[in-house]
Design a protein around this ligand. Structure first.
Ligand code: ATP
Ligand code: MG
Length: 253
């Protein structure tokens, strides 16, 4: 059965796109047909994975301007990886979210339902914030996993998110799971990072860590998945590869 996951915290820059793109790549590399849906008007996931000219985007599909199949692009470097993109510049998703989505809160859920017939796994990359677009993506998910950076403001952000999610859950047509956290950009050598990890563990969440690794940024600059990045024979740190595999093997069950 197909599963849809969103990686979300309303806070900006915690690694939502990096984790969405990395885990979508990992899933595809494991042989599962995987779709990354760019639900962020910034279009970061799209510009990371797709270097060419795009004709259609998510907001066109949502408004019936094109067929779903016309907008989905294949990611050439990774077999089994597909994307439903959003244009960063000149795109229509921001305007759609501001003017139309209030009347259609289940539009993404309906779309995901249709997509789940064609893909084993779907990952939604969301924009920061908790507006109507993000809410509509959250209710379209089977599971929400929260990425956070190891800093106290992220812990505050998690509390706010849990509170907001309780309210969102009242509008759900089907249940959404939220029991995992990923502490991103983790550095074992920094005391504060360990303290934040301990604090996160004290809740009822399963807590994962992704180490700080410059290959994430470099792979985004090169338009490839981090798993494929190599510079003078070096790519992701072994500890990062291990973390990605651990998370990948836990989240799709
Ligand atoms: N584990 C990591 N190690 C090093 N750099 C990282 C790591 N994770 C993410 N980054 C870098 O941090 C920056 C922000 O990451 P990203 O864009 O994924 O965050 P985001 O939560 O999607 O941001 P936004 O809220 O704007 O959508 C990027 O430059 C990315 O390359
Ligand atoms: Mg992002």
């Amino acid at each position: 059965m197909s599963k849809t996951i969103s990686f979300h915290l309303q806070k900006g820059g915690v690694g939502k796109t990096t984790i969405s793109g990395t885990l979508a790549s990992q899933s595809a590399l494991s042989g599962y047909s995987t779709l990354l849906v760019d639900v962020d008007p910034q279009g970061n996931a799209s510009s990371w994975f797709y270097d060419g000219e795009l004709q259609w985007e998510l907001s066109d599909v949502l408004q019936g301007k094109c067929f779903i199949q016309e907008a989905i692009v294949e990611i050439a470097t990774i077999p089994n990886l597909f994307m439903l993109p959003t244009f960063g510049i000149g795109g229509g998703l921001k305007q759609y979210a501001e003017t139309k989505i209030a009347d259609e809160p289940y539009v993404l859920q309906d779309l995901v339902k249709e997509l789940s017939q064609s893909f084993d796994r779907i990952i939604l990359d969301l924009s920061p914030g908790l507006g109507k677009l993000e809410r509509s993506a959250l209710i379209a998910s089977d599971e929400i996993i929260t990425p956070m950076t190891p800093e106290v403001f992220s812990l505050d952000g998690l509390e706010i998110f849990i509170d907001e999610l309780e309210k969102i859950k009242k509008n759900l047509r089907s249940p959404v799971k939220h029991d995992k956290i990923i502490i991103n950009s983790f550095d074992e050598r920094i005391r504060q990072h360990k303290d934040i990890f301990e604090a996160a563990l004290s809740g009822s969440f399963t807590v994962f860590k992704i180490p700080v690794d410059p290959v994430f940024r470099k792979s985004q600059e090169r338009n490839i998945a981090p798993q494929l990045y190599k510079m003078r024979g070096r790519g992701l740190k072994p500890v990062t590869i291990e973390a990605i595999k651990t998370i990948d093997s836990s989240i799709w069950r």
